[in-house]
Design a protein around this ligand. Structure first.
Ligand code: HEC
Ligand code: HEC
Length: 213
């Protein structure tokens, strides 16, 4: 009886959620759908459930709870949902390039991509061991440049990604790629941000950010 009741509730909620995301919508429209789902606790909970089911494809690398399994792979936990969603679109349409991610991004339906982003955004980042200790120079650079967009705590906002607690290796690789204008994220605003910094400074700030809770 209880199981039947739960499956009826599950069915109602997935209908509720599916109704919010329609076929053939633009990225802008999908982001608006996502914001509506987030504002409705029932639809949000249903989307998170669907995201956990469909996100199974992602767990081997990004971890079931969004804490990545390898240090070169970013955490998705607690990331801003709109950022997760748009980056996934970027892999799909070639604005951002990564062999595996670019293939995967083409395999999921619109409502699945929205649900998966909401699922990972709802998980928590767990502290992990980081290879490089933070320094005062890294902290100073963070609070003179980075905080303006990524926030006081590195938690980002609607417009900017969370970077706090990402694995050092991912941060270092990503920042050095921006510095050397590696073509993987060619149009990124970060390219201008790091243009006048030195490799060593980027490593120091990466170490500081990796230890931010
Ligand atoms: C084989 C490993 C692998 C699998 C499986 C995988 N990813 Fe990734 N993902 C990566 C790597 C590596 C990166 C970093 C790529 C880069 O920065 O160039 C990444 C980056 C991302 C990013 C960008 C995050 C950021 O902070 O910049 C998102 C979003 C993402 N993956 C979502 C997913 C989703 C959703 C799935 C499941 C459908 C998935 N990934 C499956 C390896 C994987
Ligand atoms: C002017 C605003 C701005 C400033 C200042 C800024 N960032 Fe960013 N940062 C962004 C934006 C926007 C993105 C998303 C980039 C994209 O879509 O390619 C980003 C992305 C990143 C990423 C990749 C995150 C991910 O998970 O994909 C890292 C790492 C990063 N920034 C670190 C830093 C550091 C360290 C500093 C200080 C040296 C800094 N940022 C300063 C706007 C900014």
């Amino acid at each position: 009886m209880k199981n039947r009741l739960l499956s009826v509730i599950g069915f109602c909620c997935s209908v509720l959620f599916a109704a919010a995301v329609q076929a053939g919508e633009s990225v802008e429209e999908l982001l608006q759908d996502m914001a509506k789902i987030q504002a409705d606790p029932k639809a949000h909970a249903a989307a998170i459930t669907q995201g956990q089911e469909r996100g199974i494809l992602c767990f081997s690398c990004h971890g079931e709870n969004g804490n990545s399994k390898r240090d070169y792979i970013p955490n998705l936990a607690s990331q801003n949902a709109a950022y997760l969603f748009t980056q996934f679109e970027h892999f799909g349409n070639g604005i951002r390039k990564d062999y595996v991610m670019s293939k995967l991004a083409k395999q999921l339906k619109d409502d699945e991509r929205v649900a998966i982003a909401l699922y990972f955004a709802d998980r928590e980042v767990k502290p992990r061991e980081q290879p490089k200790q933070p320094t005062a120079a890294g902290k100073d650079l963070y609070y003179s440049v980075c905080f303006a967009c990524h926030g006081e705590k590195g938690h980002g906002s609607k417009e900017y990604p969370r970077i706090a607690g990402q694995p050092y290796q991912f941060l270092e690789t990503t920042l050095l790629n921006f510095l050397h204008k590696n073509n993987d994220r060619a149009g990124s605003p970060m390219i201008a941000v790091v243009a006048n910094l030195k490799e060593e400074q980027l490593k120091e700030v990466a170490a500081y950010v990796s230890h931010m809770p």
